[in-house]
Design a protein around this ligand. Structure first.
Ligand code: SF4
Ligand code: SF4
Length: 339
């Protein structure tokens, strides 16, 4: 049997991804939550506003994927109708990223072909997951995930790897296979929201060193693929001969927040650097310094925002050259079972 090989998913010029935060409210209070109401707002967008903003980003001539987020998007009582509006506008795929509580009986208000459900789980047991995401969350999330699979939904799981759960990642593939999950997204903890505050406060941090990441994640991804899961995980460190590309320059990703801010780069979301502002149902480019000005800076370390936000993550040779270039945080690798 061939061993799974991870390949880099280079940015595709005609693929668009719209990450739409419908609200910032949530029933949980995860330790590493990246939502920052000061920067993202705290309103729940009315359904009519969501419909008009969805129209702004719909381009039926292009393959546009829509990811509905919060907060917890299933808290929005109009979510089923929002999903249908998006389908009517020609969005290619629709994914709901949920913490697993599936409020307002979502499973019985949409059909399995209407949306993919992506559940967040940060540990293979309650003992690992619940200190990060809340007491009882593992049990609720896995029970609802199993119900979704039984009803015929396509289900994926997102695991946010941090120093708190890195060594439990290896137990995830077996759990997910048993639950009937098809796709496994491994993501690295960001330096945003509460995880950034924890690092600054000098408490037990969440951040990983390059050595920790490289020692665990690629191997677990390969094992998950061997077990039949379709695995997507961030590239993080570029190979010496691999070109650097900033998604802000070569891809079409839009991160929309309830206060009307629209970013092109998720690492910028804690700062008022957004490229666009939605005003009066129009998408207006902002004047002054924005993230777009940073995308064109060409530095040997790779990603400019990573260098600005976590310079300590870059190691240098005695000659002062970076040992690794950091890839765009949106650059992913894919591992699938061969043959
Ligand atoms: S479920 Fe998501 S939005 Fe809610 S607290 Fe956790 S990380 Fe934040
Ligand atoms: S993460 Fe870095 S490389 Fe990617 S879009 Fe942002 S600034 Fe560009």
């Amino acid at each position: 049997m061939n061993q799974p090989v991870a390949k880099t998913l280079h940015f595709k010029p005609h693929e668009r991804n719209i990450f739409f935060h419908l609200l910032t409210a949530c029933n949980l209070a995860c330790c590493h939550c990246y939502i920052n109401p000061e920067q993202h707002g705290s309103r729940t967008l009315p359904e009519a506003t969501i419909a008009s903003w969805l129209k702004l980003f719909a381009e039926p001539g292009k393959r546009t994927n829509l990811i509905l987020l919060g907060g917890e998007p299933t808290l929005h009582p109009a979510l089923p109708s929002i999903i249908r509006t998006a389908r009517g506008l020609g969005y290619h795929s629709i994914t709901v990223d949920t913490n697993g509580f599936l409020h307002h009986d979502l499973l019985h208000r949409i059909e399995p072909h209407e949306a993919v459900l992506s559940f967040s789980l940060d540990g293979p047991t309650p003992e690992v997951n619940d200190p990060l995401r809340g007491e009882g969350v593992f049990a609720t999330c896995t029970a609802n995930l199993a119900r979704a699979v039984a009803l015929g939904f396509e289900v994926s799981v997102i695991y946010t790897v941090s120093a708190r759960n890195l060594h439990h990642l290896a137990a995830m593939p077996t759990l997910l296979k048993g639950l009937g999950v098809s796709h496994f997204f491994i993501q690295v903890i960001g330096l945003r929201g509460k995880s950034a505050a924890a690092s600054e406060g000098g408490g037990p941090g969440f951040q990983l060193t390059p050595a920790q990441w490289l020692a665990v994640v690629p191997q677990v991804a390969a094992e998950a693929a061997r077990q039949g899961l379709h695995v997507i995980f961030p590239k993080v460190f570029l190979d010496p001969d691999e070109p650097f590309a900033c998604a802000g320059k070569v891809a079409e990703n839009f991160f929309i927040f309830p206060n009307g801010r629209v970013y092109r780069c998720p690492l910028c979301e804690d700062y008022p650097l957004h490229t666009y502002q939605i005003e009066d149902a129009c998408l207006r480019p902002r004047e002054g310094l924005t993230e777009t000005d940073l995308f064109s800076l060409d530095i040997p370390e790779g990603c400019v925002m990573n260098k600005l936000l976590q310079p300590g993550s870059i190691e240098y040779t005695a000659e002062g050259r970076p040992r690794h270039r950091i890839s765009c945080c949106l650059l992913k690798q894919e591992a699938i079972k061969q043959g």
